[in-house]
Design a protein around this ligand. Sequence first.
Ligand code: GCU
Length: 436
Amino acid sequence: MSRPSLLQHPARFTCACLLLILTTASSVSGQAKFVANYDESKIPEYQLPNVLIDQQGHPIQTLKQWNQQRSDLLNIFAEQVYGKAPEACEISSKLISSSNDAVKGKAVRREVDVTFGGKVGSVTMRLLIYTPKNSVLSPAFLGLNFQGNHSVDPDPSISLNQNWMRNRQGITENNLADESSRGVAASRWPVEMIIDHGFSLVTIYYGDIDPDFDDEFENGIHGALKDEAKGIPAGEKWGSIAGWAYGLSRALDYLEKDSMVDGSRVAVFGHSRLGKTSLWAGASDERFKMVISNNSGCGGAALSRRAIGETVGRINTSFPHWFNDNYLKYNENENACPVDQHQLLALIAPRALYVASATADRWADPKGEFMSSVEADAVYRLLGTDGFGGTKAPEGMPEANQAINVGTIGYHLRDGKHDVTSYDWKQYLTFAKRNL
Ligand code: GCU
């Protein structure tokens, strides 16, 4: 995706200057300061597209009709929201390191480089794989991480990621990780608990696939597959979320051939922007057996039309590289978008889906995340699963820390802030035991 700069367009430049003068002193870079709404009574009026009404207005009652609806919706999400990715490309892999006594001797830990790309270039992502010792083809959680594989566990033998990294106060400076960032994200990755439950954990630094900044898509996977993406109309070209999801699919290509992990039982997991990514990966690649969205919010599990907390306009302004250019049309105009996020969740049916929110994560609109999961329930039931379990979808939002974890859709509202905690993982493990 390429967004011409204002300086290349004198007319737009003049307009932008005018806007800057006209807006108040509180404006930042020519844009009025965003004030999030958290008041339910101020939600703009909206109509949610019915997930069981097709594009021509007909009700969907059969599997055949749903299959058509699924393919139409998937196409709309690619065209209007996340962007279209090129076809899957070949991968190659190389074992970088292996240890037989990781996690107090309970696990085998490997680092595997998976390389893929196109005519112009390639990217290499490093998979950190923990597998329970003595297991044969174990089910796995696959998730991208924010701060490098070395942040997942303090173990000094995990290689230190040297790719571009977002700065985090007190952790990463000059966009480069150093030794002091080993294990900083360990609380989000309870490796021992995962191993004790008989699962493998596979994690990858998301910046290996595409660095998380707007460079007009020159670097990372977009640059490498530039040629292959040439035919995709400009407004529909893939954003970074679609790029990271593409990387997850290539990781799955590798896991399908791995001798220790069962590629047919992989749960794709992600937090926040990476939760948005796991949802899009799970929707666009049906090989993922289970999908987990942890606090994914706007552009993830939350209904965009509620416009509570973060909005489409705000996310497109702060992170212009995450979605495609067509998505800009829905800034402050969510109702005009032909899809909303409950339909994204429905694309995962009948496979297992878990959505998690946190009480203090109002920016991600916990209620909107719950409502979209409830809306998706109808599709799960149409496809012969028990959806949320019981005879019908839950009506009211559960209390904090009261997980709904008995069906094919799971949900909880955890007490606390935007984060991944052991409470979250306990629910995912229970859910995965039943559903993987
Ligand atoms: C920002 C952004 C969210 C995103 C989050 C994250 O807060 O507004 O949409 O989920 O970053 O990924 O950490």
